[in-house]
Design a binder for this molecule. Structure first.
Ligand code: AGP
Length: 564
């Protein structure tokens, strides 16, 4: 077994990964979920007897209780990963003289979460066993070899013949080919291979024309992951939040918009006073007041944005407590944070942040909920209802994409020649209006502006809006609704074209709007931003496409701003 942390080329130079004996093998590039990116946490993981090896993607939710149980039985764990429980659980079952497939089936049935695995056993050295629950896995069939991978591009240079393994299924690869079974009862599944007509670049985008669209569509799945994050880190972060007298939420760009939405969540659910601050302004605006008693929650998709790290460095120097929320384990932000959480949205390639934004919102909502629970600020029934709604959010987002995408495409076509846009919102909706503006500006180079509706009276209502100008309103049916309706009437009276993101069945706004898209009703106010941003992401994407622009590579922008 050869494994280490670091870049693939560096590990290869150190170990020569080509020089391994045998006819079968497992390889894994780890995107750390549990445990730091170190050699001991790198995959594969093996049991106590070095007989079963496994690689895994995704998260095993109930690993902690299984690990405790197995440690009591004398199993010695080497890593901090959730993965390792898999091998020890099989080992335990093999001890009871189960066949390997029975041990595998029982193990898979015991594991909860969203994951895919591939495993080998020394006593059956010509087979690879694999399985998935809500986590992609595909078999590739070459002339003299079979492959199994979470991503088709890995085997595409060798073969285009592929068979998908569906959620809840296991497969066995051998010289004879492949067999697929249902994990629940091991019944046989018959599925023929298909030819994939993708070139490598399309395969990396999983058939989507752009990474931005793929990543918008990834959101139901990334949100499912965020509601399964490691409980102990969420708990630890909540303990630090509970100790904070006041909390500074520090970030740039999209991450800053997540901070804005979070400020409503923390104060409304948990009664914690928070201050969203642009990282670039942090030292000048807040600097003098930062002390050992201050708590800073820094948000950064990349974990490398210079302004965010500079703010964090300044606060560390004042001995403040630094908490981090970043998508990249091993990034600078993870190294300088007392506690960090990684929302596990997976790599985001499109320059415009999409799935990492909703993943951040989901984690922040969960933290606010946990804090509310700890502080006794919500009743049992309220907590229960929030938890249930949070669980439904991935499906809600999935339905919004399914039902609204074509409508958004048509709206983009209609407004493609408009030279500028205005976005309006209130409460958490104002954070979404800002994020919608940023998405449109960065992918379309169109000047656009976000206004929180009460501010309309402060100047905007002079003749700033011209007849026919597009005005996009974010209209959740919460306490802000009446005020939004009034603002729509006022802006409409100026001759603007009204485009509204409304909740299903909002007849009042439907009657006022020139165009509308619908998100779902009955999503609590503080979770609503997660669904409301989706049509605006799609709008920015389709505007870029109909205007002949490349949404993945906006001019003059980089994914992480690492200069000042
Ligand atoms: C968002 O679409 C932009 N790419 C940009 O504003 C980004 O959010 C900002 O640079 C912050 O990046 P970070 O989250 O990696 O720190």
């Amino acid at each position: 077994m050869k494994k280490d942390h670091g870049k693939i080329d560096e590990v290869h130079i150190l170990y020569n990964l080509d020089d391994l004996p045998g006819r079968i093998g497992l390889g894994h590039i780890r995107w750390a979920t549990h445990g730091a990116p170190t050699q001991v946490n790198a995959h594969p993981h093996v049991d106590c007897l070095n007989q079963v090896a496994v690689v895994q993607n995704g998260i095993i939710e109930n690993y902690s209780e299984i690990r405790q149980e197995l440690e009591t039985l004398g199993h010695v764990f080497k890593s901090k990963t959730d993965t390792e429980v898999f091998t020890h659980l099989i080992e335990e079952k093999l001890k009871k003289n189960l066949s390997f497939t029975d041990a595998l089936r029982e193990t898979l049935n015991r594991l909860e979460g969203a994951f895919s695995i591939a495993t080998i056993w020394v006593k059956d050295p010509d087979k690879i066993f694999c399985a998935q629950k809500e986590c992609s896995l595909t078999i590739g069939l070459g002339a003299n070899a079979a492959y199994v991978s979470s991503d088709i591009p890995t085997f595409l240079p060798m073969t285009k013949k592929a068979v998908r393994i569906e959620s809840g299924e296991a497969a066995i690869l051998s010289e004879k080919g492949y067999e697929i079974h249902k994990i629940a009862d091991w019944s046989h599944v018959s599925r023929k291979p298909k030819m994939i007509d993708w070139v490598l670049e399309t395969a990396e985008k999983e058939g989507y024309p752009h990474f931005m669209l793929k990543e918008i569509h990834d959101q139901p799945s990334t949100l499912r992951t965020t509601i399964r994050l490691q409980e102990e880190y969420m708990e630890l972060m909540t303990t630090f939040l509970d100790r904070a007298n006041e909390l500074y939420l520090v970030a740039c760009g999209t991450s800053y918009h997540a901070c804005l939405a979070a400020s409503y969540m923390f104060s409304k659910m948990a009664f914690l006073s928070t201050h969203p601050v642009f990282a670039s302004e942090f030292t000048a605006q807040i600097g003098r007041t930062v002390t050992i008693d201050s708590t800073i929650l820094a948000l950064s998709q990349s974990g490398e944005t210079t302004d965010t790290l500079a703010a964090v460095d300044y606060a560390r120097f004042q001995a403040a407590t630094i908490l981090g929320l970043t998508n990249v384990v091993g990034s600078t932000l993870t190294r300088v944070s007392r506690v960090y959480i990684c929302p596990q949205a997976g790599p985001e390639i499109g320059v415009a942040a999409t799935k990492t934004f909703t993943a951040q919102l989901s984690v922040l909502a969960q933290l606010a909920l946990k804090l509310a629970e700890k502080r006794g600020k919500l009743s049992y029934q309220e907590m229960k209802s929030y938890r249930e709604k949070l669980k439904q959010i991935p499906d809600v987002v999935e339905r919004v994409i399914q039902t609204q995408e074509n409508k958004v495409k048509k709206i983009a076509k209609k407004y493609r020649d408009q030279p500028y846009f205005f976005f309006f919102g209130r409460g958490t909706g104002s954070a979404i209006a800002l994020e919608g503006t940023l998405k449109l500006m960065e992918t379309n180079y169109l000047p656009s502006m976000a206004i929180t509706t009460p501010e309309v009276e402060q100047g905007f209502i002079s003749d700033a809006i011209q007849s026919g100008a597009p005005a996009i309103f974010v209209c959740p049916k919460d306490a802000t609704h009446k005020q939004i309706v009034d603002a729509i009437k006022e802006i409409k009276a100026k001759g603007a074209s009204i485009i509204a993101v409304i909740e299903e069945g909002d007849e009042e706004i439907k009657a006022l709007a020139d165009d509308y898209v619908e998100v779902e009703e009955d999503v609590p106010e503080l979770l609503c931003p997660i669904q409301c941003i989706v049509p605006l992401q799609l709008f920015a994407y389709y505007m870029a496409v109909v205007r002949g622009l490349d949404p993945d590579r906006p001019r003059n922008l980089t994914k992480a701003v690492t200069v000042r």
